[in-house]
Design a protein. Sequence first.
Length: 126
Amino acid sequence: MGNGRQLQALCQVAAQQHSPSLAEWVASHCAFPNSMVDRIVPAATPQRLAATRAALGVADEATLATETFQEWVIERRFANPGDADALSAAGVTVVDDVAPFEDVKLRLLNGSHTAMACMGAVAGWP
């Protein structure tokens, strides 16, 4: 959580190590909004692996595909305030605080999925 602030801190350290003036420029010209992305990536099926093999001509055992669901949420904290409108037009939810969206994803969605997987494993389900 707080991925924007974490990235900001890392960039500030790197910029400061390179040049104090660069660190000042980053601090005054760059924005590091927090964000949350939710995208469902199911396990690869034999059909998906075969389709990838046919398309690429090589076997790729790390093939991933996504379901159509996606949710992008980004904090309203931009170097250029007009960026919020462009992101909103592209389907991104722009909010003042990303934390409630992260909480819902982690606690309700990921938490329930983890609980079901653990119960299935205990029950001996593959």
